[in-house]
Design a protein. Structure first.
Ligand code: FES
Ligand code: FES
Length: 151
C-alpha cells in the first residue's frame, strides 16, 4: 500500500492507504479526526466539508492521492480553542440540534466568509444551500453566518 504525506491542521502525517481512499476515511479512520462526518458519500450533503487550500471541499469526493501537498483544515483545526468567529456565532445563536451536520456547516460558512465578508441574506442562503441539515436548522444557520460576518 502506498504512503501519502498529508498536511492536516498544520501537522504532517504519513498515511498508508489505497490511492483511491476518500480523504474523509483517511481523516476518520487513519488519523482519528472524527469531527468530519460521513453523510451521503456522494458529494450531496456537505457533512464531510473540510478546507483544502482554503476552499470548502467535500472530503468524500477527494481521493487521498489528490490531497498530497495541499493544506487541509478540519473542524478540529479551524481554531485552537473553538473560538473562530463562526464558532462563536454558532454558540450565541445556539444553532445545533442533533449536531451531525454542524462541522460541515461551519467549515462551509467559514470558507465563504473569507470570500464575502459582508454577505446579504440571499448570498448566505446561496453559499450554504449545499449543506443539508436534517433537523432543518436553516434559519439559525443563516442568522449565525450573518452574526459571524459582523465580527
Ligand atoms: S458525505 Fe460528503 S457530501 Fe455527503
Ligand atoms: S443539526 Fe441535526 S442534521 Fe443539522
Amino acid at each position: 500500500m502506498p504512503t501519502f504525506n498529508l498536511k492536516i491542521n498544520n501537522k504532517s502525517f504519513a498515511v498508508e492507504a489505497d490511492s483511491d481512499m476518500p480523504l474523509l476515511w483517511v481523516l476518520r479512520d487513519k488519523i482519528n479526526l472524527v469531527g468530519t462526518k460521513f453523510g451521503c458519500g456522494i458529494g450531496q450533503c456537505g457533512a464531510c466539508t473540510v478546507h483544502v487550500d482554503g476552499n470548502a471541499t467535500r472530503s468524500c469526493l477527494l481521493q487521498v492521492s489528490q490531497a498530497e501537498g495541499m493544506n487541509i483544515t478540519t473542524i478540529e483545526g479551524l481554531s485552537e480553542h473553538g473560538d473562530h468567529p463562526v464558532q462563536q456565532a454558532w454558540k450565541v445563536v445556539d444553532v445545533p440540534q442533533c449536531g451531525y451536520c454542524q462541522a460541515g456547516q461551519i467549515m462551509t460558512a467559514s470558507a465563504f466568509l473569507k470570500t464575502n465578508a459582508s454577505p446579504s441574506d440571499s448570498e448566505i442562503r446561496d453559499a450554504m444551500h449545499g449543506n443539508i441539515c436534517r433537523c432543518a436548522a436553516y434559519n439559525s444557520i443563516q442568522e449565525a453566518v450573518k452574526l459571524a460576518s459582523k465580527k
